[in-house]
Design a binder for this molecule. Structure first.
Ligand SMILES: Cc1cc2nc3c(=O)[nH]c(=O)nc-3n(C[C@H](O)[C@H](O)[C@H](O)COP(=O)(O)OP(=O)(O)OC[C@H]3O[C@@H](n4cnc5c(N)ncnc54)[C@H](O)[C@@H]3O)c2cc1C
Ligand code: SF4
Length: 513
C-alpha cells in the first residue's frame, strides 16, 4: 500500500516490526528486502507520491515537486547549491542513471583505514548483483549516445584522454531527455518504479507526506518514530507515532544526521553530522556552431576518468561529466543578468556543458537549523581541493575546445572568463576557484553518519547499525566512510540491501527484546 497522507486530519498511531524513514536509494531497498522477508514494515516519506502521469516536463512545476527546497537548498554561506530529492523514490526520481559499483580502491580504503574488514569485493558481490538486476542495469548502447555526449567524446579522444560510455538503469528509454524532471515514460528504473512497488506488493505500508521528527530511544534500544503529516511546503498537521523494534534511517546525508542530532541520540563519538563530503562540481559551457540539442536524448552517457586514479591516490581526483539542463537550471548556473545571461541561454541548442566533479577531501558539517526542513550545511573547500577544481576547469575547457566549441564560458559570477582556441588556459589556474565567486553545485552529499569499526570515530558499524543504540540502522549515503569519488546510487542501494539482510538474519534477537 502506498498512501498520500496529504490533508489527513486524524493522527496515525501504529506498530510495526520495522519503521523505515525515507524512500530513496537506501530506504526503498531496505523496505523491499525487509518486507519481502515477511517483516511488517512502515515507511515514512516526507515528500509526496508523484507518479509519471504528473511529470509534466516543466521546470516550474517539477522542481518544487521533486526537490528539497524546490532545488534551491544551499550551504549556509550560499556558495553551493545542494540538490536532493523530496518525494517517494527520493533523489533517484530525478537522478541521471549513471550506474557504477563502488570502486575497489575505495572499498580497500574503507577496509584498511576505517575498520570495515567485512566490506570485501566478494562480500559486496551479491548485494551489487541483486541491486543491478532489480534496477535493470546495463551498458548504454552506442546508438543511445546523444549529439552532445558524442561531441564531448570527440574532444576527449582528440586529446588522447581516457573516457568511456557508461552503464545505466533505464529500460525501453525513448530518449526524451527529461530525466532530471522525472521520467514521464517510467523508463528510468528509479526506486519509484522498482523497489517501492516491490515493497508495497510485499505488504509494506508506505506513507507519503509523512515526516519523521524524532526517533525514540530508551534503555539503549530504539522504540519508535514520531512525526507529523506535512503538506508540500512542510507545514505540519496530524501526529504520527510508529512503535517499532527496528528503525532504518534513510533520509539522506543531510536529513539523517539532522534527525539524529535533534533526537539527541547515537552521537557519543561526536561524529554525527561531521565529515560531510559534497562532490562539489562546476559546469563549463561550450558554444558550438552545430546544433547539439543536449537536452534531448540520454543526458549523461559518457564519462571522462583521465584525472582520477584511485589505485594511486584514493583521496583525490576529479571526473568530467557531460551535462546540460533546461533553461532554469542552466540559466541559474550561468553568470550575468539580463542580456549577458540571455546571450548564452539563447544558444542553449548549440551548447554543451561539462561538469568538473571533485572527489573531495574537504569536510563540512550538517547541524539542525531554524526549522526541520532547513538544516544548517557548512562546507569550506580546502586549498588543495580548490586547486584541483581549477585544474579541472582548465581541462574541461580543453575538451570542449578540442571538440570544436567556438568559445567556452567559465562561470565566475563577476567577469566570467570566455576562452577561445589558442587562449592561454593558465588564466583559469591563476584566477582559481573561490567559494562565492563561481557557480558550484553538489548532487552527492555523503558521509555524515559514517561507517567504521571504531565507535570513537564513526557512527555505525559495517552493517549500518548504530554503535550505541540497538536496533537503529542508517541505510543511506551518509554511511560512506569517505568521499566515494564515483556516482553513488548503486553503492547506497547495495549497502542498504546488505543492512536489510543482516536485520533479517538477526530478527529473532530483535523480536525478543
Ligand atoms: C541531480 C542529481 C543527479 C544524480 N545523478 C546520479 C547518477 O547519475 N548516478 C548516481 O549514482 N547517483 C546520482 N545522483 C545521486 C543519487 O541519486 C543519490 O546518491 C541517492 O539517491 C542517495 O540515496 P539516499 O537514500 O541517501 O537519499 P535520497 O535518495 O535523497 O532519499 C532520501 C529520502 O528521504 C526523505 N526524507 C528526508 N528527511 C525525511 C524525514 N524527516 N522524514 C521522512 N522522510 C525524509 C527525502 O524526502 C528523500 O525522499 C544524483 C543526484 C542528483 C541530485
Ligand atoms: S531519457 Fe529515457 S529515462 Fe530519461 S526521461 Fe527520457 S525516456 Fe525517461
Amino acid at each position: 500500500m502506498i498512501e498520500n497522507l496529504l490533508g489527513r486530519s486524524d493522527d496515525l498511531v501504529t506498530q510495526a516490526d520495522v519503521c523505515v524513514i525515507g524512500s530513496g536509494a537506501g530506504g526503498a531497498v531496505a523496505a523491499a528486502e525487509l518486507a519481502g522477508a515477511g517483516l511488517d514494515v512502515v515507511v515514512l516519506e516526507q515528500g509526496h507520491h508523484w507518479t509519471s502521469s504528473e511529470f509534466t516536463q516543466r521546470e516550474d512545476e517539477m522542481l518544487p515537486r521533486l526537490f528539497e527546497e524546490a532545488g534551491m537548498r544551499q550551504t549556509e554561506d550560499g556558495s553551493i547549491v545542494v540538490l536532493q530529492g523530496r518525494c517517494i523514490g527520493g533523489s533517484t526520481v530525478h537522478n541521471l542513471c549513471y550506474a557504477f559499483r563502488t570502486p575497489d580502491p575505495i572499498l580497500r580504503l574503507w577496509r584498511d583505514e576505517h575498520g570495515l574488514g567485512e566490506l570485501t569485493t566478494e562480500a559486496m558481490a551479491a548485494p551489487f548483483e541483486r541491486v543491478e538486476r532489480n534496477l535493470k542495469v546495463k551498458q548504454i548502447r552506442e546508438d543511445e549516445v546523444n549529439a552532445m555526449n558524442r561531441a564531448i567524446r570527440r574532444g576527449t579522444e582528440a586529446l588522447g584522454w581516457s573516457g568511456f560510455v557508461t552503464k545505466h538503469n533505464r529500460e525501453a528509454c525513448v530518449q526524451a531527455g527529461y530525466c532530471i524532471l522525472g521520467c514521464s515514460y517510467d523508463a528510468k528504473q528509479s526506486m519509484l518504479v522498482t523497489y517501492v512497488p516491490r515493497a508495497a506488493q510485499a505488504g509494506a505500508r508506505i506513507h507519503a507526506n509523512a515526516r519523521a521528527d524524532r526517533i525514540d530511544v530508551s534503555g539503549g534500544r530504539v522504540r519508535g518514530v514520531v512525526g507529523r503529516v506535512v503538506d508540500h511546503a512542510g507545514i505540519p498537521g496530524a501526529r504520527i507515532d510508529v512503535r517499532a523494534k527496528v528503525v532504518v534511517l534513510a533520509a539522506g546525508a543531510v536529513a539523517s544526521p539532522d534527525l539524529l542530532l535533534r533526537s539527541r541520540i547515537a552521537n557519543r563519538s561526536g561524529q554525527v553530522g561531521r565529515n560531510l563530503h559534497l562532490h562539489p562540481s562546476v559546469m563549463v559551457a561550450g558554444l558550438f556552431d552545430e546544433e547539439l540539442h543536449g537536452y534531448r536524448g540520454i543526458p549523461q552517457s559518457y564519462y571522462i576518468d583521465e584525472f582520477i586514479d584511485l589505485e594511486h591516490d584514493p583521496y583525490r581526483g576529479y571526473v568530467l561529466m557531460p551535462i546540460i539542463g533546461f533553461p532554469v537550471l542552466t540559466g541559474g548556473n550561468m553568470p550575468g543578468f539580463g542580456r549577458e545571461n540571455y546571450r548564452w541561454l539563447k544558444n542553449l541548442s548549440r551548447m554543451a556543458g561539462l561538469l568538473v566533479l571533485l572527489h573531495d577531501r574537504s569536510a563540512g558539517s550538517v547541524a539542525p537549523g531554524a526549522s526541520l526542513s532547513r538544516p544548517r550545511i557548512r562546507y569550506t573547500l580546502e586549498e588543495a581541493d580548490r586547486r584541483q577544481l581549477a585544474e579541472g576547469l582548465a581541462h574541461a575547457c580543453e575538451v570542449l575546445l578540442a571538440a570544436g566549441a567556438r568559445e567556452v564560458l567559465v562561470p565566475y559570477w563577476n567577469d566570467p572568463l570566455v576562452m577561445r582556441r589558442g587562449d592561454d588556459l593558465a588564466g583559469i589556474l591563476a584566477r582559481g576557484v573561490r567559494q562565492g565567486e563561481i557557480s558550484i553545485s553538489a548532487t552527492h552529499p555523503q558521509s555524515t553518519c559514517r561507517m567504521g569499526g571504531d565507535p570513537r570515530t564513526s557512527v555505525v558499524n559495517a552493517w549500518g547499525e548504530s554503535h550505541e543504540v540497538r536496533g537503529l540502522f542508517v541505510a543511506d549515503m551518509s554511511v560512506f566512510a569517505t568521499s566515494i569519488g564515483a556516482p553513488p546510487q548503486i553503492t547506497t542501494a547495495a549497502l542498504a540491501d546488505r543492512s536489510a539482510h543482516h536485520i533479517v538474519a538477526r530478527w529473532s534477537e530483535f523480536a525478543r527484546s
